[in-house]
Ligand binder design. Structure first.
Ligand code: UD1
Ligand code: UDP
Length: 367
């Protein structure tokens, strides 16, 4: 049995690593494919180096473009690959364009499709990721969910129980495996900040950064927060050009996108994290660090219900108030999230290899 694992953009690399490792540890025949959606060294190579993710067996070189161009290049790339290297199961992770394109190619090639991070829903159809999530789940045979809310979403959409597997969170597998190593790095000193005495920012959602007026609104309020707390802002390539045209308050330190270990080191010791990232909402909850999400909704409600996340939207007053609360009072009370325990990759591999693989899996015929 051959299992092809696909990754293509920054957050995919942390998610695929525990799955590849768990499959390799069980002696499975695996192939790792990099779609090339992200390609800068700081958005791709650094994660292979720092996580010890083995080099991809194939690189599809898809690169950037419109949604149609990028999705189509991955679709053709994976279709060609599967024609040359037949696979039984194709594993896709997350919600990026590479995820939906690879799952479509795999389903048409007759492979079983396994979606890691199935069932997350923001219910915001203007988010490209929401379209990718819904379509990828529909194309998938194995639905691996990180949390009970995701399982509920899948059941409500009519997926059968034998397709749905509540396995926990692979992003947190990677976080727990690396956080102590990250804490030993000289990251804070190099940036001139001290433990618990700075904030960390990430912004890359099109709704926040593509419109200069919205980005200006957000950077203005961040500038006000920076009067009380120095802020470190590693800038995503999508955000770079727009931000370069704007003058920022002196308390905000901009950096290039960070490697995983430096970023985790900063995240773990921050007083507060202000973000629109999906993965960062999860990591801050697992680390017990206050997180303020600058979006109107989240597909990860468990980070709000049990974790440290507060979704505030883009209203400057709410952002200021919540930042002040986090600075004065620390993170809101939180609990451990069930299954976010470092073993999601193992559970996924066990399901995929159960009963000798796809022969043991009943392909859904009633969907
Ligand atoms: C993508 C995902 C998003 C995810 C994010 C993680 C989709 C629809 N979006 O958004 O869900 O949260 O990745 O970071 O799949 N660029 C570079 N170098 C790179 C990569 C991108 O310069 O290595 C620039 C390009 O100019 C490109 C822009 O960033 O046009 C956006 O890249 P793209 O992959 O299309 O979307 P992201 O905003 O990165
Ligand atoms: N991350 C990183 N360097 C950075 C910013 C983020 O290594 O400068 C990591 C972060 O720790 C998390 C992942 O990238 O593991 C989140 O990816 P991103 O925010 O790009 O995508 P999303 O999760 O929103 O899809």
């Amino acid at each position: 049995m051959r299992i092809v694992c696909v990754a293509g953009a920054r957050p995919n690399f942390m998610k695929i690593k525990p799955v590849v490792d768990a499959l390799d540890a069980r002696g499975a025949d695996t192939m790792l494919v990099h779609t090339g959606q992200h390609f800068d060294a700081a958005m791709s190579d650094v994660f292979f180096d720092e996580l010890g993710l083995r080099p991809p067996d194939r690189h599809l070189g898809a690169g950037s473009g419109t949604h149609g161009e990028q999705t189509a290049r991955v679709l053709v790339g994976v279709e060609t690959l599967l024609a040359e290297e037949p696979a039984d199961i194709v594993v896709v992770v997350g919600d990026v364009n590479s995820t939906v394109a690879a799952s479509l190619a795999a389903a048409k090639a007759g492979c079983l499709v396994a979606h890691v991070e199935a069932g997350l829903r923001s219910r915001d159809w203007t988010m490209p990721e929401e379209v990718n999530r819904v379509v990828t789940d529909r194309l998938s045979d194995y639905l691996f969910s990180p949390s009970a809310d995701a399982v509920e979403n899948l059941r409500a959409e009519g997926y059968r129980d034998d397709q749905i597997h509540l396995v926990g969170n692979v992003m947190i597998d990677t976080l727990l495996a690396n956080v102590e190593r990250a804490r030993r790095r000289p990251t804070l000193g190099a940036l001139g900040v001290e433990e618990g005495a700075y904030g960390l920012i990430t912004l890359h959602r099109p709704a926040n950064v593509d419109d200069p007026a919205m980005l200006r609104t957000l950077t203005d309020v961040l500038g006000e927060i920076a009067k009380d707390l120095p802020l470190v802002f590693p800038v995503h390539p999508r955000t770079r050009a727009r931000l370069a045209e704007m003058a920022l308050a002196p308390g905000i330190t901009l950096t290039d996108p960070m490697g995983y270990l430096d970023f985790i080191a900063l995240e773990a010791s921050a007083k507060v994290v202000l973000t629109d990232s999906g993965g960062v909402q999860e990591e801050t909850s697992a680390l017990g660090v206050a997180c303020i999400t600058l979006r109107e909704n989240t597909e990860r409600p468990v980070t709000v219900e049990l974790g440290t996340n507060v979704v505030v939207g883009r209203d400057p007053q709410r952002i200021r108030d919540e930042a002040r609360r986090a600075i004065n009072d620390g993170p809101k009370p939180s609990q451990e999230i069930p299954g976010w325990d470092g073993h999601a990759g193992d559970r996924i591999a066990d399901v995929l290899l159960r009963g000798g693989g796809p022969e043991g899996h009943v392909r859904p015929t009633d969907r």
